[in-house]
Design a protein around this ligand. Sequence first.
Ligand code: ZN
Length: 229
Amino acid sequence: MTEKGETESRCWVWALSLYSVRLVGKGRKVIAGGRVDCRGASSPHELNNGKLFQSKELVVYVMHSVLRVGLGHDTHRLSAGRRLLLGGVEIPHEKGLVGHSDADVLLHAVIDALLGAAALGDIGEMFPNDAEENRGRDSADMLQRAYEEIRRRGFAVVNLDCIVFAQLPKLSPYKQAIRRRLAELLEVDAEQIGVKAKTGEQVGFIGRGEAISAQCVVLLEKTTLEKRE
Ligand SMILES: [Zn+2]
């Protein structure tokens, strides 16, 4: 909402780009919304199927929405004597992932997906793996720092979908905990996060239990509001 909009009790957001309409209140909280075909309409009255558009109290905003998709992928070797962290959740296993940081392969894939969607480079540029301050670093902290850069540019997470490829351990008992932890770190609802687990079908480096890989795809949205006189 614009500064002036903060003082107005109600307004319509007229989203031409997505052909949807949302009624928002203070703090940009969506009160109601629905799909309306706005194509060809030049004023709110032309959209009018409801009384709200006729009210003098209401202010019309056009919402411009930009969507960006990002893809992340990462692999780390498994070795005895290391903790196994996946998506910020510690998982009991005889081996853990090896890396300069805490080697949370899923969080690294999520970070790369976020950075990619915002065209901000990759995790290696933001957190070089030869930098002393990144040794043993908590990947949750790395995610939050990268996410701060994303949010500073006005982007919000629409949803993300992840896959972890591991022969062992069996991850199905941990998928919900990983979803909740990712939701907590990104300050979104767990419904916006998908976590899937696959084995390596006992072939290749995943199937032989030598490494764990992760993939993540994320959709970001940046919205701007323009008041319509
Ligand atoms: Zn990594």
